[in-house]
Design a protein around this ligand. Structure first.
Ligand SMILES: Cc1cc2nc3c(=O)[nH]c(=O)nc-3n(C[C@H](O)[C@H](O)[C@H](O)COP(=O)(O)OP(=O)(O)OC[C@H]3O[C@@H](n4cnc5c(N)ncnc54)[C@H](O)[C@@H]3O)c2cc1C
Ligand SMILES: NC(=O)c1ccc[n+]([C@@H]2O[C@H](COP(=O)([O-])OP(=O)(O)OC[C@H]3O[C@@H](n4cnc5c(N)ncnc54)[C@H](OP(=O)(O)O)[C@@H]3O)[C@@H](O)[C@H]2O)c1
Length: 418
């Protein structure tokens, strides 16, 4: 503890831009960061949320398309201690979800510090504290801050940055090239031949949207993909799988899911959609790939409105050359090639997070935590948030009991939210 006072006392600590945070710093104000903040409130622990955007849930507000709906039933997607409004449909729209998240932040009085992009976070062994550096952009002015705290909660998401593939000739392609995160609506592509690269949930849904707006989409399927119906006999496939997993081993549930998918969707292989050799749940667990939950794309593929094509060889002269030698004219390209974590770019820590930006569990050593990285979507994030807040809450209570016997000279630039 003495070391901490040494650090607190040092000149740098009390420079204008150095801020001591009581309680944890949470990086990211998406659903995971908000859920953790709300659970910490319940535990009576103050915190500070740092967000690079100027709003909460920036992925949902800025980087998603108009037709997006949650693809799991609402009770799997609500955050801790605050249910969705009764009138919400089973699969809330993106706007309803954003409204819910805004009410959530208001209800728990969570006020992130916006425009604070975390550039680095480093654990200081001597003081036992985290040093979190941000750059805050306000117009053309850039300000640097350093936040000092005992606990760090990483809530920057599995989908923090877009994956941009390197494809020969794409740089010289004259038509529109956008990533799925920039796509809003198919209207602007009306009458155009659009190549959608990638057949995850984004690629499949954007192809459907393009077709619904009278564009001619082709979807690139370079390897294999699991497509499942969103519902089987009126019941959510995800919910069925969750129920079955309580009684049956995963490989049996996988087999049942494949039979059900075959009954509802038929043989998808004949449309060029080859299934992986592992079942859908094993595929998700081992490769981290999410099965596609079909909401109508397959019907359009069956009718020929959406064409399935194999991997791309190169782009040249306004057309794309495929690995099977076929050439197609293309007016625009939508890269639905996925997302990645950005944690390795800023977290200076070599044990808890691996090179791909995913952690080993929800709790690391030296007071670092991860929320929303279990590839289990919103429900996984809620579970993490509850565990993290419980853990920090306990430590906080121990700490505050001890501190009652001490006076801490920490009155300058000491902020956190409560
Ligand atoms: C198109 C799309 C649809 C999806 N639909 C569903 C669905 O229906 N159901 C489901 O369960 N999941 C869905 N997901 C997965 C979804 O990403 C998560 O469920 C949810 O958004 C995760 O919340 P999060 O807070 O962990 O991450 P995010 O929502 O990504 O929030 C992370 C926040 O951290 C901020 N941030 C990142 N880096 C920094 C930094 N260096 N400094 C400061 N702030 C930073 C970001 O700006 C962002 O606001 C979908 C994903 C996509 C892309
Ligand atoms: N309604 C919804 O709720 C909804 C909608 C959209 C997205 N999401 C979620 O958002 C997350 C991200 O989904 P996503 O679909 O954007 O990403 P994704 O699941 O990671 O899929 C990326 C796709 O791009 C392909 N790809 C990557 N590089 C390629 C290249 N160079 N050439 C050809 N294909 C390439 C991948 O093929 P390979 O498999 O061969 O690598 C894969 O098919 C997922 O969790 C998803 O469930 C949810």
């Amino acid at each position: 503890m003495e070391d901490m006072f040494r650090l607190v006392d040092c000149e740098e600590m009390f420079s204008k831009r150095c801020i001591w945070v009581n309680g944890p710093v949470i990086v990211g104000a998406g659903p995971s960061g908000l859920a953790t903040a709300a659970c910490l409130k319940e535990q009576g622990v103050p915190f500070m949320v740092l967000e690079r955007a100027e709003c909460i849930a920036s992925l949902w507000q800025k980087r998603t398309y108009d037709r997006l709906k949650l693809h799991l039933p609402k009770h799997f997607c609500q955050l801790p201690n605050f249910p969705f409004p009764q009138h919400f449909p089973e699969y809330p729209s993106k706007n309803q979800f954003i409204d819910y998240l805004q009410s959530y932040a208001r209800h728990f009085d969570i006020n992130p510090r916006f425009n604070q992009c975390v550039q680095s976070a480093r654990y200081d062994e001597i003081s036992g504290l985290w040093r979190v550096k941000t750059v805050a952009t306000c117009g053309s002015v850039k300000n640097e801050f350093e936040y000092i705290c005992r606990w760090l909660v990483v809530a920057t998401g599995e989908n923090a940055e877009c994956v941009m593939p390197e494809i020969e000739g794409l740089g010289e392609f004259k038509g529109d090239v956008i990533h799925a995160c920039e796509y809003k609506c198919g209207e602007r592509f009306k009458g155009k031949k659009v190549l959608v690269v990638g057949c995850g949930n984004s690629g499949m849904e954007l192809s459907l949207d393009l077709s619904n707006h009278n564009a001619s989409p082709s979807i690139v399927v370079r390897s294999s993909v699991h497509v499942l119906p969103r519902e089987v006999f009126g019941k959510s496939t995800f919910e069925l799988a969750t129920l079955m997993l309580q009684w049956l081993p995963l490989w049996v549930v996988d087999k049942i899911l494949l039979v059900l998918a075959w009954l509802v969707l038929g043989n998808i292989g004949k449309f060029g959609l080859k299934r992986p050799s592992e079942g859908p749940l094993l595929w998700k667990n081992t490769k981290g790939k999410t099965p596609v939950l079909d909401i109508g794309t397959l019907e359009k593929i069956r009718s020929g409105d959406i064409k399935v094509v194999p991997a791309i060889k190169r782009f040249s002269d306004g057309c794309v050359e495929l690995v099977n030698g076929e050439k197609q004219d293309v007016d625009a390209v939508v890269l639905a090639t996925g997302y990645r974590s950005n944690v390795p770019s800023w977290l200076q820590e070599g044990e808890f997070f691996s090179e791909n930006g995913f952690p080993n569990g929800w709790k690391g050593k030296v007071g670092v935590y991860a929320v929303g990285f279990t590839r289990r979507g919103l429900s996984g994030a809620s579970f993490d948030a509850i565990k993290i807040a419980g853990d920090i809450g306990q430590l906080w209570k121990q700490d505050t009991k001890q501190k009652k016997h001490r006076t801490i000279a920490c009155h300058r630039r000491c902020i956190s939210q409560f």
